[in-house]
Design a protein around this ligand. Structure first.
Ligand code: MSP
Length: 648
């Protein structure tokens, strides 16, 4: 199967921003997914370089149109590798191969009588570079530019678009996949309910010279949209290159809602007039706003992808954009929501699962995939969930429902984290008779991670590569041959790598490691000052006193040793907001056995600094002597409760 996906070719009057980055990342994710499924893939992007807007922007910058377009086009070309976006072709509409293709197509359509000279009076919007209909105006202004269009009367060439209207309606009705999501298909059909006007496809050279000359009348240049849409053919070698025959049938165009009409109406009718089959489908996404406001240069809130990547890393940005936008609807960007997702989904859920599982495989299975014994119900539940995820993920990715695909993946990540808590491999490791059980649990974790690295590959290629390297996987990822449970080979050597994602504080800063040294004498004194009093010998308090203590159920989402301390662990707990608590339990608990566990905290204890880390609360534990010596056990509740539940 072949797959050909295109992004819009971007205007060079603006530099790459979040909106361009989103479309290009989506195209890249779709390509990587198809490649993962073993398909023959082609991905094209590029720049749209003719027209009034470009001439104006070049003049403003004090450049010739050619020098200006060379420069900005290069900025787009350089933006994609930073985002791990890897197009196969980058096309520019000022390239000779494109110009000659556009002219050949114009000549063909003119010769067959589908382009004619007419005169036109109409309301022209310079910003849109097109004539607007009365119906489109809002209070006499262009709806996109909020400026009044100019009345222009001139001779021009027209494409007989109207002739193909009935065919187009029928095609859309017979091919539900032609325009998706459905809301945009409905929008196009509603527009086609009224008669289509023919499309003006020229501009007199008196008004514009920066365009492709009409081959049959050099007093005119080609209207920028007629020129631009044809890039989708030029880039694959239309009419007789082998790539055209190989890919055109499967052409998938990806756009945002702003350019629906040229793609859903002009383009298929032009293709029909040329005698070509239309593209396979058009996927339309919504718009990114920034902090709920339209992104614009004048407001000064334009988000630059290069800066985001530098700050947060490419995979966190790719993940966020795909997870946060429901494909087809608008979404709002903010650094707070990016940081929140990075902390909760990436550092806590995925990152913790990965590092805990690998640490335990390392510690309890000599750093190799163990041989599993017969699975129990809980193991089978994890297997079944992973299998469901594979099916669900594939179906959602095919439909461009990236956020749903990721939801399916994160359900399994959550389940696997709970599986660790429930099966407590560190407990199993204490009893040699339970070695087969321990091996089975660890095998299930390794296998879950292997499948996760596979499905995450299109979205976070660098992270997936780190995961599979740690898991000792050497094969090129392939969903068809490797997307099944049970293919991890016992004996495979694993490597423990650095954490996948750093946690960040709310402002987006990476959390600094603790640097202040614990004063050992003070620590000893603190311990000594807390002997266990006999029950009944402690001062009595009133209920009012007791009510002052805010006891809460908290869930540990991250745990790490405090550098240079033998006693302290730094815990990040959810209660329900996240907070840091430094607890003196390192001699009794390993960090990896705490994550996912529910504890009880004193939530309203005055914050205190321990080893330079602000501790916001206290974890409750029972300490006492048992047959094996002094021990400490964390307090908990006897069932699972929502984090933040109050104890009274
Ligand atoms: N040159 C034309 C396209 C010709 S294709 C034959 C053009 N260029 S553009 O630079 O304005 O790019 C528009 C596209 O950029 C949108 O369709 C979308 O893919 C992307 N986006 C620009 N701003 C966007 C947002 N704020 N949000 C999401 N995507 C946006 O139109």
């Amino acid at each position: 199967m072949s797959f050909y996906i295109t992004t819009p070719i971007y205007y060079v009057n603006a530099q790459p921003h979040l909106g361009h980055a989103y479309t290009s990342i989506v195209a890249d994710v779709a390509c990587r997914f198809k490649r993962l499924c073993g398909e023959d893939v082609r991905f094209q992007t590029g720049t749209d370089e003719h027209g009034d807007k470009i001439v104006e922007a070049a003049a403003k910058a004090g450049d010739s149109p050619q020098a200006f377009t060379d420069r900005i086009s290069d900025l787009f070309r350089q933006a994609w590798p930073l985002l791990d976006v890897e197009p196969d072709t980058f096309i520019r509409t000022t390239e000779p191969r494109h110009i000659s293709t556009v002219q050949a197509i114009l000549q063909q359509v003119y010769d067959q009588g589908d382009i004619y000279l007419g005169s036109y009076s109409g309301l022209y919007c310079k910003g849109c570079e097109r004539f607007l209909t009365e119906k489109e105006l809002i209070d006499g202004n262009c709806p996109d530019h909020q400026t009044p269009p100019q009345m222009i009367s001139e001779q021009n060439y027209f494409f007989r678009m109207h002739k193909y209207q009935e065919w187009l309606i029928e095609h859309i009705n017979n091919h539900p996949e032609f325009i998706t999501p459905e809301r945009y298909r409905n929008e196009v059909l509603a527009f086609l309910a009224d008669p289509l006007e023919d499309l003006c496809i020229s501009r007199p050279t008196s008004r514009l010279t920066w365009g492709i000359p009409l081959p049959f009348d050099n007093r005119f240049v080609t209207y920028v949209w007629f020129d631009a849409l044809i890039n989708y053919l030029t880039g694959i070698g239309y009419p007789d290159g082998p790539d055209f025959a190989r890919y055109w049938q499967e052409a998938t165009h990806l756009i945002a809602k702003d350019i629906l009409k040229p793609h859903a109406i002009y383009w298929p009718t032009i293709l029909k007039a040329m005698g070509l089959t239309p593209f396979h489908c058009l996927h339309v996404h919504g718009y990114w706003n920034v902090n709920e406001t339209k992104m614009s240069k004048s407001i000064g809130n334009v988000v630059r992808p290069g800066e985001l990547v530098k700050e947060y890393g490419v995979d966190a940005v790719r993940y966020f954009l795909l997870r946060e936008m429901s494909f087809g609807l608008d979404a709002s960007f903010s650094t707070e929501s990016l940081v929140a997702r990075q902390n909760s989904d990436l550092a806590n859920d995925l990152g913790n699962l990965f590092s805990r599982a690998l640490t335990m495989l390392n510690k309890f299975a000599n750093g190799r995939v163990p041989e599993p014994a017969t699975p129990e119900a809980g193991d089978q539940e994890l297997t079944a969930a992973a299998q469901r995820m594979l099916a669900d993920y594939t179906a959602q990715m095919e439909r461009f429902s990236f956020n749903r695909a990721l939801q399916a993946v994160w359900e399994v990540i959550g389940l696997a984290n709970r599986y660790i808590v429930v099966n407590a491999p560190w407990e199993l490791a204490k009893n040699p008779d339970l070695a087969p059980r321990l091996a089975t649990v660890l095998y299930h974790l390794a296998e879950t991670l292997r499948l996760l690295s596979l499905v995450l590959q299109p979205i976070m290629p660098a992270t997936a590569a780190k995961m599979s390297a740690a898991l000792g996987i050497t094969e090129t990822p392939n969903l068809v041959s490797q997307g099944r449970w049970g293919l991890s080979r016992p004996g495979t050597l694993l490597t423990l790598g650095p954490p996948l994602f750093p946690r960040r504080d709310k402002e987006g800063e990476q959390k600094p490691p603790a640097t202040v040294k614990e004063n050992p004498a003070a620590a000893r004194a603190k311990n000594a000052a807390a002997p266990t009093p006999a029950a009944g010998t402690v001062e009595q308090i009133t209920f009012e006193d007791f009510k002052k203590i805010d006891l809460r159920v908290a869930e540990v989402v991250a745990a790490e040793r405090v550098e240079k301390s033998t006693r302290l662990l730094k815990l990040t707990v959810k209660a329900p907001e996240e907070r840091t608590i430094v607890a003196g339990i390192a001699e009794y608990y390993q960090p990896e056995e705490l994550v996912g566990r529910q504890v009880v905290i004193v939530a309203n204890l005055k914050p205190a600094k321990l080893m330079g880390i602000a501790s916001q609360g206290m974890v409750l534990a029972a300490k006492g002597k048992t047959a094996t010596g002094e021990t400490l056990v964390l307090a908990g509740v006897s069932g699972q409760m929502p984090p933040g539940s109050r104890l009274s």
